[in-house]
Design a protein around this ligand. Structure first.
Ligand code: F3S
Length: 391
């Protein structure tokens, strides 16, 4: 791989040990994938923030990188294992909280913004069309590539951190226009009614296309929350990092000649498969983290009601400030639900605490089952809240 002078310098250690180690990671990655050079990145999203996933080995790696590492591109952080300000109310153990705080402090010390959200595009890390970026967090990667039209591979925790500390990423995969063409057409024959149907569509299509890039037709002007749900589900069930949608996504590409049809029956079947027969004792909304419009829907639904079980709404902390201003926080908290910033039902250490999770996110269904051993009920936002409120 050909390196520019500043890249050579970093690789030699002239910019410090963290930059050297980062450059070694990127060069090794580039060589594996046949990259000819490195690209400058304008934005990075780092994942692998929850101490529940990192453990002590991850913490040690961060300690080492933080000795002289410094971010060279706008970099934000994925959710952590707790609400940074309100962890005690969520029942998080003190020992865990101390380790989690250390992790976040180390990232912040490297100049990484401790946003702790999987929707960086809601809090100021919003790349432009065509820009090269290096994002980890599969749902956000799919959103960035597809909805925004920025260019990123699905980075892992270490490679995203390496991109942050060098401002570089190897030029391969979805950074190259030739690799962004759709390979399989998906014709949706029925109107999708709500976020559960978009999540179910992601599940059906993800499992069908595997790693291929789909081109959707037949979906009429989906709103941002539906696209967010589709991205998370496609990425979870198919490892999809990019899709195109006729009349919606910005990349100008040639539609594939042939299409696979997705019917209402398949959507209904997928929704059914995302449901277990379980009594719900935990309701959790906000995977990916809730938008302002979802927060408005939640407040409108909970106005004057009381929830009868643990009900957590996950969101980026900066959005909570707006929710405060709009009076949403007061309504939601008065109903007994919690706004759990910085974290989510998947990355928080919740194994064994609850049995039955109700959520409107297909991704949360998958990881709720796989990581936390929950059984799940998959319904719309309002239906989940109705369960919480005993209605
Ligand atoms: Fe975000 Fe957690 Fe879902 S990180 S996408 S809310 S699993």
């Amino acid at each position: 791989m050909e390196l520019a002078r500043d890249e050579e310098e970093m690789l030699r250690g002239g910019a410090g040990l963290a930059a050297k180690k980062s450059m070694e990671i990127l060069v090794a990655l580039g060589e594996i994938y046949g990259a000819e050079r490195l690209l400058d990145v304008s934005s990075v999203q780092v994942a692998g923030v929850s101490y529940d996933n990192l453990g002590d080995a991850g913490l040690e790696f961060l300690e080492e990188m933080a000795r002289d590492g410094r971010a060279r591109a706008l970099t934000t952080l994925n959710p952590a294992g707790m609400d940074v300000e309100n962890w005690e109310a969520l029942g998080i153990a003190r020992d865990f909280a101390q380790k989690q705080k250390r992790v976040i402090d180390l990232f912040a010390g490297m100049g990484i913004l401790p946003t702790c959200t999987c929707t960086p595009y809601f809090v100021g890390n919003l790349p432009r069309y065509g820009q090269h970026i290096a994002w980890a967090e599969s749902s956000a990667v799919c959103f960035a590539n597809s909805v925004i039209g920025a260019r990123t591979n699905r980075e892992g925790g270490p490679s995203a951190l390496a991109a942050a500390l060098t401002g570089k990423t190897p030029a391969y995969g979805l950074h190259l226009a030739g690799n962004r063409e759709p390979r399989v057409g998906i014709r949706v024959t029925e109107r999708l009614r709500d976020e559960t149907e978009f999540g179910a569509l992601g599940c059906v299509v993800g499992k069908t296309v595997g790693g291929e890039i789909p081109y959707f037709t037949g979906i009429d002007t989906p709103d941002l929350d539906s696209l967010k749900a589709l991205c998370a589900s496609l990425a979870t069930f198919g490892g999809t990092a990019l899709f195109h949608m006729e009349g919606v996504t910005p990349d100008r590409v040639m539609p594939p000649q042939k299409s696979i049809r997705v019917t209402r029956e398949e959507i209904r079947q997928a929704v059914g498969d995302l449901n277990d027969a379980v009594e719900v004792d935990f309701v959790s909304i906000g995977c990916p983290h809730a938008s302002l419009s979802e927060l408005g829907r939640i407040a409108r639904y909970l106005q004057g009601k009381t929830v009868a079980m643990e009900t957590w709404i996950h969101l980026a902390r900066p959005l909570k400030k707006t929710a405060d201003l709009m009076g949403y926080t007061e309504i939601i908290e008065k109903a007994g639900a919690r706004l759990a910033c910085d974290t989510c039902m998947v990355v928080a250490p919740l194994k064994g605490r609850f049995r039955g999770l109700a959520t409107n996110s297909a991704k949360a269904v998958y990881y709720g089952r796989a990581k936390n051993g929950f059984q799940v009920v998959f319904r719309t936002l309002e239906e989940c809240l109705a369960m919480a409120a005993g209605g």
